[in-house]
Design a protein around this ligand. Sequence first.
Ligand code: 5GP
Length: 203
Amino acid sequence: MNNKGVLVVVSAPSGCGKDTIIAEVLKKTDDAFVSVSMTTRAMRPGEKEGVNYYFVTQTEFEEKIDQGEMLEYARYGSNYYGTPAGPVRKLLNEGKTVILIIEVQGAGNVKHLFPDACTIFIIPPSFEILEKRLRGRGTDDNNSIIKRLEIAKDELARAVEFDYIVENDVLEEAVEDVITIIKAEKLKTNKMKNKLSEVINNA
Ligand code: 5GP
């Protein structure tokens, strides 16, 4: 499928700062939107319905899958996470940049569905720093942190499947890297074809 807009998929092990990076990217770009995912996990303190996620029950999530309303979904830990298809397709049709912040399995599914999606994997400077960041965040209990670190090892092993790898050591640099990648994506020949035809037709 050839979209008018640019579909950007960002994955990273939990605790790599992907949400912070993308929040900064959004402040500095005017036509980019982040897709709000649906999840069955419990809401964390400070999270808001419809902003961080659409929080639903397992039954509700499975209904959405059955109705074909999910662009992709995956199980992460013991919960479902997925991207509602409607808003993403609409924004891409309008020529907007849509950013999905999802785990690696979902990223692979999206790349399969949209081969021209741009996939970015964010890595920490070291595994030790990742563990420190996860513990410092104080949002998960020890068991959940151990589970997330195990998943992180598997995820890091799949980083080579992505188009780009960005290291999040200095936040501002990681943000600039992501902005640069998105800019370059918009200049790819298949995204510039309309502009090119316009110039040729008026020659
Ligand atoms: P968290 O519980 O920390 O918010 O998210 C856990 C993982 O699920 C993260 O890697 C996050 O990027 C991923 N995730 C969030 N939304 C989606 C989604 O819609 N689809 C998929 N496949 N993964 C998601």
